[in-house]
Design a protein around this ligand. Structure first.
Ligand SMILES: Cc1ncc(COP(=O)(O)O)c(C=O)c1O
Length: 388
């Protein structure tokens, strides 16, 4: 059989800087942008600001969803803040606001609403809860561009990531967006961190070329067979360093424009997968988006299978057909390999566990074609029918 490679799960190719372009940042009127070395650092600094605003709290806590990227735990630990995990609404990636309310205490310095694979977290109730409890609301939009608060101004602080598997891939970096009301505190809280100026070096240019080559179908399919590389594996990594950055001029502008103009297969895939509803599947982009859908570009297309066995079977079948589908983090946060340190709320995460066991994500990045979409639909329909 001819080897035709595999379509990677996520990640756009890295652009060249467009020096003529000043990025049109949709949040600019509402938030001040500070660039940092990663999304984890941006979230950690947001938590730092929240902590510094409540200096009398001896054991500060931050509320986080029980299912998510382990970097959010590392971000809290780096500031000496204890993550308190909150279970999700059934069959949804969003924190249950009744549980958020019950976990708020005098120790809470912030609530983190985490956008999911391009879908915007509901913010209204969280914003009310944060205000009433005197804590900050942080929108972690590492997985969505633009953040919903760019339109609604609901969050006090926003977090962006420009890492490899993110909407705007600049081979690393992130941004902390600070509401005008918090600007003075941000100046104080961030003043002790070092600043690094980024520029295009030969090393950067080579790394970009190599990265863009490796994400092609042929290379990705081969790389994935090397177990040592542990591609796609989720592991906990403590945050050891935070640096503020002066970014490469024009790089964010070209990254944003590339992301915004790439082909968008969300609607096509969503419509074709509608038949799965009858087989007990749930299409998350159609049921869980809390903002104007016309302003939504997905990072991956996410679905819940009727049960864990169907999910596992579907992931296997799609990968055999050359599609980098996966189950994303695979488990709730406390069960991710390497997660250590203080953590509360780990014992009651039933809905998050169910979500983790049934989630399947499909690629919808710039290199996915209509033929790939057709292929994914065929495989999923067959999986659904086989399980009947
Ligand atoms: C929701 C969320 N927050 C923060 C991060 C950390 O971003 P970075 O990889 O740029 O450190 C990630 C990374 O995947 C993420 O998914």
């Amino acid at each position: 059989m001819v080897y035709s490679g595999k379509i990677r799960p996520v990640g756009n190719r890295v652009p060249l800087p467009d020096k003529s372009g000043k990025p049109a940042l949709s949040w600019e009127g509402l938030y001040h942008t500070r660039f940092v070395d990663s999304g984890t650092s941006a979230l950690s600094l947001a938590i730092r600001i929240a902590r510094d605003l409540k200096p009398s709290v001896r054991e500060p806590e931050v509320l986080l969803p029980g299912y998510g990227c382990p970097d959010i735990i590392a971000a809290a630990h780096a500031q000496g803040v204890t993550p308190v995990l909150v279970d999700l609404v059934p069959e949804s990636p969003w924190m249950d606001t009744t549980l958020v309310s019950s976990k708020l205490s005098d120790n809470t310095v912030a609530i983190v609403a985490v956008n999911f694979l391009g879908l915007a977290s509901p913010m209204e109730e969280l914003s009310d809860l944060a205000r009433r409890s005197g804590s900050l609301l942080i929108e972690d939009s590492a997985q969505r561009m633009p953040p919903s608060s760019a339109q609604t101004a609901k969050a006090d602080l926003l977090v962006l990531s420009f890492g490899r598997g993110k909407p705007v891939n600049l081979m690393g970096g992130g941004a902390l967006l600070v509401s005008h009301a918090l600007e003075d505190q941000a100046q104080k809280s961030l003043s002790r961190f070092p600043v690094n100026s980024k520029r295009v070096t030969l090393k950067w240019a080579l790394k970009r070329q190599i990265f863009n080559l490796l994400v092609s179908r042929i290379c990705f399919g081969l790389l994935e067979r090397i177990p040592l590389l542990r591609l796609g594996e989720t592991r906990f990594k403590p945050l050891e360093r935070i640096t503020l950055e002066r970014p490469i001029p024009g790089l964010l502008a070209s990254g944003l424009s590339r992301f915004e103009t790439a082909p968008d297969y969300r609607c096509e895939l969503g419509k074709k997968l509608k038949v799965l509803d009858r087989h007990g599947w749930i299409r998350l982009p159609e049921t869980q988006n809390h903002i104007d859908p016309s302003n939504t570009r997905l990072l991956r297309y996410s679905l819940l299978a009727p049960d864990a066995a169907t999910r596992d079977y579907s992931v296997r079948s799609l990968n055999q057909a050359g599609v980098g589908a996966n189950s994303f983090y695979g488990d709730v946060l406390p069960a991710i390999p390497g997660v250590i340190g203080s953590l509360r709320g780990a014992e009651r995460l039933e809905c998050a566990k169910d979500f983790a066991s049934r989630l399947i994500t499909l690629p919808v990045h710039e290199d996915v074609t209509s033929a790939d979409i057709e292929g994914m639909v065929q495989v999923l329909l067959m999986s659904a029918q086989q399980k009947q």
